[in-house]
Design a protein around this ligand. Structure first.
Ligand code: ATP
Ligand code: MG
Length: 599
């Protein structure tokens, strides 16, 4: 093979007649969101099994662009690319304690000898195992390793195409440092890289405080692309900049005024709560109407079975204000459970001696009670009396019942006071595209990844881990950039930048001009598509809109005047450009388009 085979002969370009991009006229029935629908309709991917997709040429090119951006931003921060195995011995997961914690999401398999393995959902264990062998001195750090590979999670509910898939592409990075300061510096670098990544992909994004979940560790933030159909709910404060996933958003104690007021009305019944006969009252609404108290002066108790990592189950009771929702993630974290399941009505009856609507915390035995901060510090509340059709008014934690463990348990939402500055919070939905954790010594301690300092002392390596969902990012880009007609690719992620569309293709002059322009664009390094199909102009235009090329050149009637029409997909603006100037103009537009989202 001659060296010529390896020479670069212009940019990638393709003819529509040879492109495998099977477009669909109708919305596929399985599609749940705009990105899911358009990724199928524009022929970017096809479903093989639930949450498992084949990416066709256009989908693969878009993914490659997202990967290229993420690699550039990692490399800019001095990270080093590796490639870690997707098949991992399960024993590493047993060693870290996560085999049990991850539960059924961990995709397990056996080799021919019956040895247990898992398909990689993430790589903390593999990295920790690697570095406990290879990194032993303070001189070898700081170090940030990353790779871009498939991940496997046997999600209970795969959803919305690649948004929540069972096989997906993730960029994951792992920072290794000597101490907390080093970790903070690495974390800051990655935060910058993620911000640049999101901006370059054309996302409208926010960084929010997140829930550490099963992974453990200290600081954790998510990068959320705002999208109406996103799964993530966030709250944010316009005044001080606080932003958090609602899974995590802090509820806190009642406002100072409310606390004083509550203390006062509890004082009215200083001797203790008042018993009230409440026949037929089952819900908070009914209690409010019957007893004439606002919902904020009532409190409800919820019972759960908490399943712990070792498979041990424990009955848990959570007390929150009647007008609040319990945040199950906070409760799960507070009791250290890997799963929560609502207890049954009979179980509540057996435990408290009362049906669900009359159950309460007074004298509660046989369940681990947790009380939300607002109730614990909020004075008197109307609560169930643990006797059918009876309630207590003005019951106060600490005086009338033992609050058990006091914790922040409630779900925070729009209008609630900001935990930092007390201004009302706003709420939005979005897609979590990136997530970073300052792990500290969680894994290095458990798995024995130690290094020696310059004095010969031994310490656990301080670690951080950082993930970006590459395929999910692609879906987020389409959620953000589409209209009724199809995708509107930002230049940075577009599979190709321009489509050359000859109309009246039967005409030799038109065909030759289009072929010539296509060849020139290609030679000039422009990623171009030639719509050489024998189709009516309307069909070609419709497909160009669906496929979302940022630019379209129509070669047709204006040729008589030596011109072609250049159209921008984003705003539909058109201009006539002289044939001789069109390659230079397109190059300029592509460069500007790529520059638009460069931070
Ligand atoms: P989620 O809360 O959405 O389940 P996670 O917290 O489990 O995500 P991480 O472990 O932080 O996810 O993974 C890093 C990134 O990988 C996520 O920010 C997301 O972009 C992507 N990701 C995670 N799970 C999936 C999935 N099932 N399908 C596609 N992308 C995913
Ligand atoms: Mg996450």
């Amino acid at each position: 093979m001659g060296a010529g085979h390896f020479l670069w002969e212009g940019a990638a370009a393709v003819r529509m007649t040879s492109l495998l991009a099977p477009t669909l006229r109708e919305d596929p029935a399985e599609a749940e969101t705009a990105s899911h629908r358009l990724m199928l309709r524009a022929g970017l991917m096809r479903r093989l099994a639930a949450g498992i997709y084949s990416y066709l040429p256009l989908g693969q090119r878009a993914i490659a662009k997202v990967e290229a951006i993420v690699r550039q931003e990692m490399d800019r921060q001095g990270c080093q690319e590796v490639r870690l195995p997707l098949v991992q011995p399960e024993e590493l997961w047993v060693e870290s304690g996560r085999s049990a914690k991850y539960g059924e999401e961990l995709w397990r398999l056996k080799d021919r000898h019956g040895r247990p393995f898992v398909l990689a959902p993430t790589h903390e264990e593999v990295v920790t195992d690697l570095v406990r062998r290879e990194v032993s001195s303070w001189r070898q750090m700081p170090l940030i390793l990353y790779h871009v590979t498939n991940k496997y999670r046997d999600e209970p509910r795969p959803r919305a195409g690649v948004m929540r898939a069972r096989e997906f592409v993730m960029k994951d990075a792992y920072s290794l440092d000597r101490d907390r300061d080093g970790l903070s510096a690495s974390y800051a670098k990655m935060r910058e890289a993620y911000a640049r990544f999101c901006t370059r992909c054309g996302l409208d994004w926010r960084v929010v405080e997140a829930d550490p979940g099963a992974i453990g560790g200290h600081d954790t933030v998510e990068f959320v692309a705002l999208a109406g159909e996103g799964e993530a709910e966030i709250v944010y404060c316009e005044r001080c900049g606080y932003a958090a996933n609602v899974e995590r958003a802090e509820g806190g104690r009642p406002a100072a005024g409310a606390e004083a007021e509550a203390a006062e009305d509890a004082g009215g019944a200083a001797a203790g709560p008042v018993r009230l006969h409440t026949p037929g009252v089952r819900t908070i609404d009914e209690l409010c109407a019957f007893a004439g108290v606002p919902a904020s002066r009532t409190s409800k108790i919820l019972f759960y079975w908490a399943e712990h990592a070792e498979g041990r189950c424990e009955l848990v009771a959570a007390l929150v204000r009647g007008d609040r929702q319990l945040n199950e993630i906070k409760l799960g974290n507070a009791v250290g459970a890997r799963r929560l399941a609502m207890a049954g009505r009979e179980e509540v009856l057996a435990l408290t001696g009362a049906p669900v609507g009359s159950a309460g915390p007074v004298g509660l035995r046989g369940a681990r009670l947790l009380t939300d901060l607002e109730v614990a510090h909020g004075g008197g509340f109307a609560i169930g009396a643990n006797q059918e059709d009876w309630h207590l008014l003005g019951a106060k934690a600490g005086r009338d019942f033992d609050p058990g463990e006091v914790a922040d348990l409630r779900l925070v939402g729009a209008g609630d006071p900001c935990p930092r500055c007390a201004s009302p919070l706003g709420a939005a939905r979005g897609i979590e595209v990136g997530h970073m954790f300052a792990l500290g010594a969680v894994y290095s301690q458990t798995m024995g990844a130690l290094y020696r300092d310059d004095q010969g002392g031994s310490h656990p390596i301080e670690m951080g881990c950082y993930g970006i969902g590459v395929t999910r990012t692609l879906a987020a880009v389409i959620e953000r950039h589409h209209d009724r007609d199809g995708i509107i690719w930002p230049f940075a992620v577009a599979p190709y930048h321009v489509a050359v569309v000859p109309v009246a293709a039967g005409d030799d002059g038109t065909r030759e001009a289009a072929e010539g322009l296509y060849a020139d664009l290609r030679a000039a390094g422009v990623e171009a598509v030639l719509d050489d199909r024998d189709e009516r102009p309307g069909v070609k235009f419709k497909d160009a809109d669906l496929l979302g090329w940022p630019l379209r050149v129509t070669v047709g009637r204006a040729l008589r005047d030596g011109a072609v029409e250049l159209r921008r997909r984003a705003d539909g603006k058109t201009e006539m450009v002289a044939l001789g100037a069109v390659v230079a103009t397109i190059r300029e537009r592509v460069a500007a388009g790529l520059g638009e989202t460069a931070p």
